[in-house]
Ligand binder design. Structure first.
Ligand SMILES: Cc1cc2nc3c(=O)[nH]c(=O)nc-3n(C[C@H](O)[C@H](O)[C@H](O)COP(=O)(O)OP(=O)(O)OC[C@H]3O[C@@H](n4cnc5c(N)ncnc54)[C@H](O)[C@@H]3O)c2cc1C
Length: 510
C-alpha cells in the first residue's frame, strides 16, 4: 500500500468499483478500501450448506448486445467474461395474487411484452400500448441511461413530480391490470403516495428489454471488476474499515482505518451512504442546511429473506421470478403490513447452478420488513469477519418469521416444504451490518414525488475533493449504480469528456 493516492475510494460496492476503474483507466493511482472480508457490497454471494446465494443480484436488465448496461460493461471490460443465463423470454416475471389461479406474465422485448399483456387483457390494448410508450418516453429523458450527451434530468420538474400510481392508473381502469403493471414494485420498494413514475420506468424498462441471471451468483461481477481495476494499476484492500476522515485547509487529506492505517489522497470518493459519510467526516465540515437535509432524507424500507437449500432433484428450476401478493388491491401497500398480514407480498427467485440439469438447488424469497422489528437487537453486530451472537431471542424471532413466510410460500408452491433441506434467513440487521447502510435500507433513499429535491444527492459535496457514488445518488440496482459511477466520474473528469471516451471506445472495438 502506498502512502498517497490520486484517488481513495471508500467502499467496494458496485459504485465504488466502477468509479475506481474509470479513474484508473484515466491514469490516476487509485486505492479502494473495503471494511468486509468480501468485496462488492450487495454484489456479495454467500455459501450455506454448500449452496451459493445472492445478496442483491437476483436478475439484471439491459445486458443484451447494444443495450445500455451491455455498453457500460463493455467499456469496463467485464462483459465478455460474464456467465449469464437469459431468463424466460415469454415470462421472466410472473405476477400472481391470492384467490386468482392465473399467472400474469411480463415478457422480454417490448413487442412481446405488449402482446402478451394484450393476450391476457384483450379489452385493454390501447392502455397497454400507451403505458409502454410512456415507459420509453420517460427513459429517453435520462441521457446517461441512454449513453447520450444531454441536460441533467433534475431540471425537468414535471418528470420528478409525476406519481407512478397515478400515471399508470391513467392508462387503464382495470384494477387487476393496474396491479399487474406494478407487480414487480419490490424492485424499487414502490410506495403509492411517493414513488415517481421515472423510478418505475427506469427499473422495469431495462428488464423488459432483456433479463438475465448470473450463473453461480452476482459476485462474478465483483471479481471481474477487481481484475480490471488491478489491470489498470488500481489497488483494493479488504478488512480496511474507514473510521475517520482527516480535514485540513477545507479539504480531506487522509482517511484512517480501524486497523490503524492512514491513507492520504488528492480525491476521495465515498461509496458509503451519505448519512453515514457525513457523520464520519464531521457535520461541522458541511453547511447546517445540507446536513439537516441529509439527516432527514427517508431511507427505503428493509427486508427479510428466507434462503432455502433444496434436497437434490426435488424442486424444478424455474427460469423466472414470482412476485406474489395476498391482495391485488394492496400492491402498493406491502410496507404497511401488520403482524397478522405479514408478509403481504414477496419475490421468489432462484440461482443458476454451473451445470443445469433442470433441478434447482436453492430459492430465495424476499419480503419487506421494517427496521423497528429488529430494533431490540440494534446494539449487536454480526458478520463473518466480526462474529457476535445476537442471542436466542433473535434466533427465535428469525425461526418464527421464517415459518410464517414458508407457510405463505406453500400456497404458491404446495410441495415446497418437502423439498427443503435447510433454511437460512437475512434480516434488516444482516443488511445493516454487511453493507453499512442506515437501518438496513435495501435501496438507499426514498424518492418522493411530493418533495423531489429532498432526496436529490449530488456527487459533489461542499468539500471540493470529496465525492459520493452508489445507490444513494441517481438510481439503485446494477444498472442504476453503474450509471451513478459514471455520474460521479463525470463530475471529476468533466461531463462530456467521459461519455465521449466511452463512445469512442465503442468505435474502436467495432
Ligand atoms: C435484497 C436486495 C435485492 C436486490 N436485488 C437486485 C436485483 O435483483 N437486481 C439489481 O439490479 N439490483 C438489486 N439490488 C440492488 C443492488 O444490489 C444495489 O443497488 C447495488 O449493489 C448497490 O451498490 P452500491 O455501490 O450503492 O454499494 P453497496 O452495495 O451499498 O456497498 C457499499 C460498500 O461499502 C462498504 N463500506 C461501508 N462502510 C464502510 C467503511 N466505513 N469503510 C470501508 N467500507 C465500507 C460496504 O461494506 C459495502 O461493500 C438488490 C438489493 C438488495 C438489498
Amino acid at each position: 500500500m502506498k502512502e498517497h493516492y490520486d484517488v481513495v475510494v471508500i467502499g467496494s460496492g458496485l459504485g465504488g468499483l466502477v468509479s475506481a476503474i474509470i479513474l484508473a483507466k484515466e491514469g490516476r493511482s487509485v486505492c479502494v478500501l473495503e471494511k468486509n472480508n468480501q468485496y462488492g457490497g450487495n454484489l456479495q454471494t454467500f455459501v450455506r450448506d454448500k449452496t451459493i446465494f445472492d445478496t442483491g443480484v437476483h436478475y439484471i436488465g439491459g445486458l443484451a448486445e447494444g443495450q445500455n448496461l451491455y455498453r457500460y460493461f463493455k467499456y469496463l471490460d467485464i462483459y465478455d467474461d460474464l456467465n449469464l443465463q437469459k431468463m424466460d423470454a415469454n415470462g421472466f416475471d410472473i405476477i400472481t395474487f391470492d384467490g386468482d389461479p392465473k399467472e400474469y406474465r411480463h415478457a422480454q422485448g417490448y413487442e412481446n411484452f405488449q402482446n402478451s399483456l394484450i393476450a391476457q387483457f384483450p379489452e385493454e390494448e390501447i392502455g397497454i400500448r400507451q403505458y409502454c410508450t410512456a415507459l420509453r418516453e420517460t427513459c429517453n429523458k435520462f441521457p446517461l441511461y441512454n449513453l447520450k450527451q444531454g441536460k441533467p434530468y433534475f431540471e425537468d420538474q414535471e418528470l420528478f413530480g409525476q406519481s407512478a400510481r397515478d400515471y399508470i392508473n391513467s392508462f387503464t381502469d382495470n384494477k387487476k391490470l393496474q396491479a399487474v403493471l406494478v407487480g414487480s414494485n419490490l424492485l424499487y420498494a414502490g410506495e403509492a403516495d411517493k414513488t415517481p413514475f421515472f423510478v418505475h420506468a427506469l427499473s422495469v424498462n431495462s428488464y423488459i428489454e432483456s433479463a438475465y441471471r448470473c450463473v453461480r451468483g452476482g459476485s462474478q461481477i465483483t471479481k471481474l471488476l477487481i481484475r480490471q481495476l488491478k489491470k489498470n494499476g488500481g489497488e483494493v484492500y479488504n478488512h480496511h474499515e474507514v473510521v475517520d476522515f482527516e480535514y485540513a485547509d477545507k479539504k480531506i487529506v487522509s482517511v484512517s482505518t480501524k486497523n490503524g492505517k492512514k491513507i492520504k489522497g488528492a480525491l476521495f470518493i465515498s461509496n458509503i451512504e451519505p448519512k453515514v459519510t457525513v457523520k464520519l467526516v464531521g457535520v461541522d465540515k458541511f453547511r447546517k442546511s445540507y446536513t439537516n437535509r441529509i439527516e432527514q432524507i427517508e431511507s427505503t424500507i428493509s427486508a427479510f429473506s428466507v434462503h432455502l437449500v433444496f434436497k437434490p432433484k426435488t424442486f424444478k428450476y424455474l427460469n423466472k421470478n414470482h412476485y406474489h401478493f395476498k391482495d391485488f388491491n394492496r400492491v402498493w401497500n406491502g410496507h404497511d403490513y401488520t403482524q397478522e398480514t405479514w408478509p403481504e407480498s414477496y419475490l421468489a427467485s432462484m440461482g443458476v447452478k454451473k451445470v443445469m440439469d433442470g433441478w434447482a438447488d436453492q430459492l430465495t424469497a424476499i419480503t419487506y420488513m421494517r427496521y423497528e422489528e429488529v430494533a431490540q437487537w440494534k446494539d449487536t453486530f454480526n458478520t463473518v469477519a466480526h462474529k457476535n451472537d445476537r442471542g436466542q431471542t433473535y434466533d427465535g424471532f428469525k425461526a418464527d418469521r421464517a415459518e410464517v413466510f414458508i407457510k405463505e410460500l406453500e400456497k404458491k408452491f404446495p410441495n415446497i416444504r418437502d423439498c427443503i433441506q435447510s433454511v437460512y434467513t437475512s434480516t434488516p440487521l444482516s443488511y445493516r451490518d454487511y453493507i453499512g447502510c442506515n437501518q438496513g435500507a435495501i435501496y438507499g433513499y426514498t424518492k418522493d414525488v411530493n418533495n423531489p429535491l429532498k432526496s436529490f444527492i449530488s456527487p459533489k459535496t461542499r468539500i471540493r475533493n470529496l465525492f459520493f457514488t452508489g445507490q444513494s445518488l441517481n438510481m439503485h440496482g446494477i444498472l442504476g449504480v453503474t450509471v451513478s459511477g459514471v455520474v460521479t466520474c463525470s463530475a471529476i473528469l468533466g461531463d462530456e469528456y467521459l461519455l465521449n471516451k466511452i463512445l469512442e471506445s465503442e468505435k474502436v472495438s467495432i
